[in-house]
Design a protein around this ligand. Structure first.
Ligand code: DX5
Ligand code: ZN
Length: 212
């Protein structure tokens, strides 16, 4: 199981220190917000470009933006290794997936809490990962939405019935008390923000997720 700490919850007064705290993680989750698709604004490609040389992590960039097609190149050039955009956006999602494949960039689609897993059916055999939002996208520190567990189980079944091989990633409200249920339901990747970066010792908090 991969833990992907979410930079959104880090201390922005020192991102270099934040990256050191989670150097034992394989992935770094980068929550990009545009103030339109979600009611919050986070960081642009420049921040990713600035931290790229400081980190060996797989940069797992989550585009919570209304117009991913216009932004994908900038986030790849800045250093993103994987790109996720939302199934809810009003863009040609097959064309975006095609494009990301031409750029050899693993691609994922994310579904918001009220979006059904069925919305992903036209795309599942083309995706490298699926991101289940277990909170309403836009802010860290929210509580895990329990019906997300059923969506994870549905995706696990769907992956088998469609002979697909996407990773199941889950994002939002994951902590020491619910991570076992999330993994047991079928998550391959857990995005964790507050439970790691808001802990007194983020490195120890990360280790506790792996040692559970
Ligand atoms: C919401 C963000 C958060 C974040 C994880 O849009 O995507 O889910 O990554 O933050 P925590 O772990 O604090 O919920
Ligand atoms: Zn995210």
């Amino acid at each position: 199981m991969i833990i992907a700490p979410s930079l959104l919850a880090a201390n922005f007064q020192s991102l270099e220190q934040a990256l050191k705290q989670i150097e034992d993680a394989r992935w770094l989750h980068l929550d990009v917000m545009d103030g339109h698709f979600v009611p919050n604004l986070s960081f642009g490609p420049m921040v990713i470009e600035a931290i790229r040389p400081l980190s060996e992590h797989v940069f797992d960039t989550h585009l919570m933006v209304a117009n991913p097609g216009q932004l994908i190149d900038a986030y790849i050039e800045a250093g993103s290794d994987r790109i996720t955009f939302h199934v809810e956006v009003d863009e040609d999602k097959h064309a975006l997936i095609d494009y990301l494949k031409t750029r050899n960039t693993p691609v994922g689609l994310s579904i918001k809490p009220h979006t059904s897993v069925e919305q992903l059916l036209p795309y599942v055999d083309r995706l490298d990962h699926v991101l289940v939002m277990s909170v309403e996208p836009g802010f860290g520190g929210q509580s895990f939405i329990d019906h997300s567990l059923e969506k994870i189980r549905q995706l696990k079944t769907l992956r088998t019935t469609h002979d697909a091989n996407f990773l199941i990633s889950v994002d939002g409200g994951i902590n020491a008390s619910n991570v076992d249920a999330v993994v047991d339901a079928g998550a391959d990747v857990c995005v964790v923000g507050s439970s790691i970066f808001k802990a007194a010792d983020p490195a120890a908090a990360l280790k506790a997720f792996y040692d559970r």
